[in-house]
Design a protein around this ligand. Structure first.
Ligand SMILES: Cc1cc2nc3c(=O)[nH]c(=O)nc-3n(C[C@H](O)[C@H](O)[C@H](O)COP(=O)(O)OP(=O)(O)OC[C@H]3O[C@@H](n4cnc5c(N)ncnc54)[C@H](O)[C@@H]3O)c2cc1C
Length: 323
């Protein structure tokens, strides 16, 4: 093995949680394989700190990556891979992971395991486990070519505790060309939110059609989410009815989430909703219909009227988390 290379994404001068999660997992896998871990960082970021998370080298690609440009990202990653020659590449299943990584993989002529939720070593190689058919089945993916590329859903692994250790920083220059500007970022609109994006959130409180109005969604779902420091989400029915924003939709045609805790308020648990939420570690459902499909997947469930239970929970969490 010539090592595992982790794409360490960053924003606003800070590494994203996924960078630490992937480095922690890479360190564990590298321990079993007897190999080393390196990171690739595109653009300005505090690269030195990655040594404390197990990266022995950081391949630092200089350039302006602040406005997302698929072609530049692919070019930068390819330059780092040419330098590092890894056997395995791990990247988050973020928008970069979904957009740029398949293009990179095609250029490298290798294979990819997408949206994995588990990685393990088996027979001297890394194997990724990923949900398929809207999460109804899990498949193990083994890539026969090198580098084997895996994208991983955020929150799939624990965050490692930083230890001592420093990384050698290797400067990589990518040969960007005029054609890389064929794709240009026209505008970036920041969501008016102080909470984590749904795709990275550790806690989510989602509401369904049962909320009956945007006002009730705001009065019941959002306060419970705020009390828990959670990100609000919604079913498509709630979004289509205008109770919640489009970027809050969870599911097959919305966002795929993978939190530690998913609270579903008055959501039936349709297959398309579960497609984006069933890998949540704990699902807690409140539904007044004991036969609702969500209960087949929920870790905990309450058969009750959400308008009675959710406000009580909000008060309890507020009081408990204040102390
Ligand atoms: C191609 C396609 C893609 C789709 N993509 C998505 C997607 O990405 N995300 C998604 O969510 N859906 C998606 N859907 C829609 C999906 O099939 C369901 O229609 C939708 O998820 C239902 O939303 P819901 O659970 O809020 O509403 P409903 O199915 O109407 O369920 C409402 C639930 O609330 C309960 N309830 C009512 N009142 C109360 C109360 N007072 N207290 C407690 N419980 C109460 C009811 O018992 C019921 O179980 C898609 C559908 C298609 C065809």
């Amino acid at each position: 093995m010539s090592g595992i290379l982790v794409l360490a994404e960053h924003e606003g001068g800070k590494f994203k949680k996924t960078a630490y999660e992937l480095l922690g997992k890479a360190k564990e896998l590298a321990g079993s394989l007897g190999t080393s871990v390196a990171a690739v960082v595109l653009g300005d970021a505090p690269v030195a700190e990655l040594g404390g998370f197990g990266a022995s080298k950081v391949y630092h690609v200089a350039g302006d990556f602040s406005g997302y440009n698929t072609l530049k990202v692919v070019r930068g990653l390819q330059a780092a891979i040419d330098a590092a020659k890894p056997d395995v590449v791990l990247a988050p299943a973020s928008y970069t992971g979904k957009d740029a990584i398949p293009r990179l993989v095609a250029r490298l002529g290798t294979g990819q395991g997408s949206e994995c939720t588990e990685l393990r070593v088996d027979g001297g190689a890394v194997v990724g486990r990923r949900p398929v058919y809207a999460g109804k089945a899990l498949v193990d993916v083994r890539i026969s070519k090198k580098p084997a590329v895996f994208t991983v859903r955020p929150n799939s692994f624990n965050q490692p505790t930083p230890a001592g250790g420093s990384a050698e920083v290797v400067a990589v220059s990518a040969a960007f060309g005029a054609s890389d500007d064929r794709v240009q970022l026209v505008q970036r609109m920041e969501a008016e939110s102080t909470v984590a994006d749904l795709t990275e959130a550790e806690r989510i409180v989602s509401g369904g059609r049962s909320l009956k109005s945007a006002e009730q969604f705001d009065a019941v779902v959002r306060p419970l989410a705020a009390a828990l420091g959670a990100t609000p989400g919604a079913s498509r029915a709630a979004v289509d009815a205008g109770y919640a924003h489009h970027n809050e939709q969870v599911g097959q045609t919305g966002k795929t989430v993978n939190p530690q805790l998913y609270i579903a308020l008055g959501i039936s648990g349709a297959i398309q909703h579960l497609a984006g939420s069933r890998t949540s570690k704990v699902i807690f459902a409140i539904n007044k219909d004991a036969e609702a499909p969500i209960f087949e997947h929920a870790t905990y469930g309450v058969v009750a009227d959400l308008f009675e239970i959710a406000p009580l929970l909000t008060e309890e969490f507020k009081a408990a988390l204040k102390n």
